[in-house]
Write a protein that binds this ligand. Structure first.
Ligand code: 6R9
Length: 656
């Protein structure tokens, strides 16, 4: 996109930006809002001072810090320099000391229907025992611990036990292969692996330990011990001396453990992101700044009233959302949360809503892909349950199309719960763009406004801020507390990936647009933006148009190379349950619908009706694979898909 063509980019995006529905917070909601309007002005006046106040209010420091921000070694920031803090103490012990020991920290719901709850006092005890156990296995401050666990309380316990002793956790999502696990173990040189015999998936036991055994079968690794949680009771093979049952080590450990203070910049964790190409990047986060922004955003964006709310974030601990908004922020803020092990359709498609009803969940944080799946299953399923406890809804992970947003609001939120669409990344550590629910009049499909104290902008090719009503690249102009401190073992790659596109600004890799009010709309990764006959089209916008057709459940759009137009729009759609595929007639109907919604330029050249879409395990559509299909190539590596057979299903369907 050149400066000259930048304004044209806007034209094709009008569809999304003509969205003019607004939902102001109700007077009752606004009256009890945690976030106060003064935050924006305070942050604008002195950003580091604003974050320093948050750091001191939200965390208990063993030693107060001297400097809020040291940016002298940019682009590596230091926040709250000289301060000392312990993440686990802040998440646990201090609540017990403050008389909140009996408050439930976690209501765990297993897939087979077993459940257990941990109070803050109980969770503190478990973490102390795990900390002692890991130390007895030789884990020291700064050592790396690989975590390959399902969504069970032991995952949170393990992470907090590492944080307590200053060991750096590196969670590898339980759905990743043995090879992926090994490469992450090697890259971080992990000393300990914490895993489980397995978990449950759709009512069946699903193994984990065999992948660890396979990962460690070849020589040359750094792992000394494997601690194994017994979860599904399936038989596992055992390496004597190396393998230890959780119940034997953690179970036998002392429940006395004194947390030691860590420097604010002490590394807290590494989390590998799936990176579009090549080797995964080990995103490094440190302690004080990360915890401050995670806790601040969690309290203000989710309007958390810890005494009364029941919070449920459906993310797996294998993703950054499961770190910031399951493990750290809710516990730092003293919240009561729900944790669910399994899939949304086990044993039936109402499982989530049954859980909401059972625990009276008041704050629900999930992803657009889940919302669209529930839309596909039909509103009569959630309508069978009492969802009246819900008072706030959150969305994360992808742009949420206005149809899904409206459905979420009406069917799940009872037409009253504000929706916060939260934009952020593994790299940003915590939410960066989001409405504040008691203050912002929300717009279906837009993440809208930067969090107070965060300097987001949309710039053109030359790095110039675009005027309202125009699109470009999303950047962050100033360092923020929870920003990544680098890529593990590869400082150059950190600079190249994020700081070379625009010299002094962080390049997020997302396309975005400011509407006439200056609100930000996320338009997908910049590699998802197509150029058709010189017009820039957003995959998100066309997908959104397709999904607004009553026959369509889900859609994914790619730009396929085209001799005449540069790129051509190719759409993959899943029809709603009960809708018949009438071949060419259906295709024509959908093409015309997009033509009507956006304009003839956006009409897909091809519409392919498919049974499933290829998604990563975090629910992101793998457009790269669809592009291969659209361009007539054999889709390459599909191993990172949640369901690796999806591509075969699509190929088989297209051959019909
Ligand atoms: C938290 C998380 C980051 C990428 C990001 C963007 C997309 C996340 C979004 C969103 C539009 C939102 N993304 N939230 N796009 N609206 N509310 O998902 O982290 O897995 O690192 O993904 O996800 O493209 O760049 P991560």
């Amino acid at each position: 996109m050149s400066e000259e063509t930048a304004p044209a980019a806007g034209d094709a995006l009008e569809n999304l930006l003509q969205e003019n529905r607004r939902f102001a917070p109700s007077p009752e909601f606004a009256a009890q809002s945690v976030a106060q309007a003064g935050l924006y002005a305070e942050a604008a006046q002195d950003r580091p001072a604003f974050w320093a106040r948050q750091a001191r209010e939200l965390l208990s420091w063993d030693k107060d810090f001297e400097t809020a921000l040291d940016w002298s070694e940019a682009p590596v920031a230091k926040w709250f320099v000289g301060g000392q803090v312990n993440a686990a103490y802040n998440a646990l012990d201090r609540h017990v000391e403050n008389g909140l020991g009996d408050r439930v920290a976690i209501h765990f719901e297993g897939e087979p229907g077993d459940s257990r709850s941990y109070t803050y006092a109980q969770l503190t005890q478990e973490v102390k025992k795990a900390a002692n156990a890991f130390e007895s296995l030789g884990v020291r401050k700064g050592d790396r611990v690989a975590v390959y666990l399902p969504m069970i309380p032991e995952a949170v316990i393990t992470l907090l036990a590492c944080a307590r002793i200053g060991a750096i956790h590196s969670v590898v999502f339980g759905g990743f292969s043995a090879d992926a696990l090994r490469s992450r173990i090697d890259d971080a040189e992990a000393k300990l692996v914490v895993t489980a015999d397995g978990t449950y998936r759709r009512g069946k036991p699903s193994p984990l330990k065999p992948a660890v055994d396979e990962a460690l079968s070849a020589e040359g690794h750094t792992v000394q011990n494997v601690v194994v949680v017994k979860r599904n009771g399936e038989a596992v093979s055992w390496t004597e001396g190396r393998d230890q049952w959780w119940d034997d080590t953690v179970g036998a450990a002392s429940a006395e453990h004194t947390p030691v203070p860590h420097d604010s910049e002490h590394p807290l964790f590494i989390l590998y992101t799936s990176g579009t190409t090549g080797k995964p990047k080990g995103i490094l986060h440190t302690t004080g700044g990360y915890l401050t922004q995670a806790a601040f955003t969690h309290r203000n964006i989710f309007d958390l009233h810890p005494e009364t709310d029941v919070y449920w974030c459906t993310a797996d601990v294998g993703w950054v959302t499961g770190h910031s908004y399951v493990t750290y922020a809710p516990l730092i803020n003293g919240a009561t949360q729900v944790m669910y092990e399994g899939t949304p359709d086990s044993p039936h498609q109402g499982r989530w809503w049954e859980i909401v009803q059972k625990y009276k969940v008041s704050i629900l944080y999930t992803a657009p892909t889940a919302i669209r799946t529930f839309m596909k299953w039909g509103r009569e399923i959630p309508e069978k349950y009492d969802l009246s406890s819900i008072r706030l809804l959150g969305s994360v992970g992808e742009p949420i199309n206005p149809e899904a947003w409206m459905w979420y609001r009406e069917v799940i939120g009872g037409n009253k719960a504000p929706i916060v669409d939260t934009w952020w990344q593994t790299e940003t550590g915590a939410i960066m763009i989001s409405p504040l629910p008691g203050l912002t009049a929300t717009k279906p499909g837009s993440a809208q406004v930067p969090v107070p104290g965060i300097a987001v902008d949309v710039v053109d090719e030359m790095g110039e801020s675009v005027p309202d009503g125009h699109g470009g690249f999303l950047v962050i102009r100033e360092p923020w507390p929870a920003m990544l401190r680098g890529i593990w073992g590869d400082p150059e790659r950190y600079k190249d990936t994020y700081w070379s596109r625009f010299d002094t600004m962080y390049f997020a890799g997302d396309g975005a647009k400011k509407d006439d009010d200056g609100d930000v709309w996320l338009l997908g990764r910049v590699d998802d933006v197509m150029n058709v006959s010189g017009h820039r089209l957003s995959t998100t916008e066309i997908e959104s148009a397709l999904v607004s057709h009553p026959s369509v459940a889900e859609a994914a759009v790619v730009g396929a190379n085209d001799e005449t137009t540069g790129q051509a729009v190719v759409a993959f759609v899943i029809l709603r349950e009960g809708v018949e595929n009438n071949g060419d007639a259906t295709v024509q109907e959908l093409r015309n619908h997009v033509g009507k919604e956006i304009g003839p330029i956006a009409k897909p050249k091809n519409v392919l009706v498919v049974p499933e879409l290829p998604k990563t395990r975090s629910g992101k559509i793998m457009r790269r694979l669809l592009k291969d299909v659209a361009e007539g190539r054999d889709p390459g590596d599909a191993t990172t898909l949640a369901d690796p057979t999806v591509m075969q299903q699509i190929a088989a369907d297209l051959r019909k």
